[in-house]
Design a protein around this ligand. Structure first.
Ligand code: FES
Length: 104
């Protein structure tokens, strides 16, 4: 699976997230300091958008019922979510963010 350019890193303030839709993939992309992470944007509890959640370091709190997810692994860290969300490989080249659409 090839890498897909999805955004400019300057479009993300540090500590912010955006939803990016690519084909069938609904992805929440996070910039944490100068690192970029991407996880599935659908909460594994009831499909709320994790890109709209509150970011705290490398964790995001679902805006609907408050489950917390690890942005780096996709793991659910608190109830009511108990299943992880998918993660995507990311890289930044020449100011652009690239995603690999094969989930890990
Ligand atoms: S929809 Fe995310 S915790 Fe319920």
């Amino acid at each position: 699976m090839s890498w897909v350019r999805v955004a400019e890193i300057d479009a993300f303030a540090p500590g912010s997230a955006q939803r990016i839709d690519i084909g069938d993939h609904r992805v929440a992309v996070f910039r944490i300091e100068d690192d970029v992470y991407a996880i599935g944007d659908r909460c594994s509890h009831a499909e709320a958008s994790l890109s709209e959640g509150e970011v705290d370091d490398r964790e995001v709190e679902c805006p609907l019922h408050g489950a917390v997810f690890d942005i780096t692994t996709g793991d659910a860290l608190s109830l009511p979510a108990s299943r992880p969300v998918p993660t995507y490989q990311t890289r930044v080249r020449d100011g652009s963010i690239f995603l690999r659409l094969e989930t890990t």
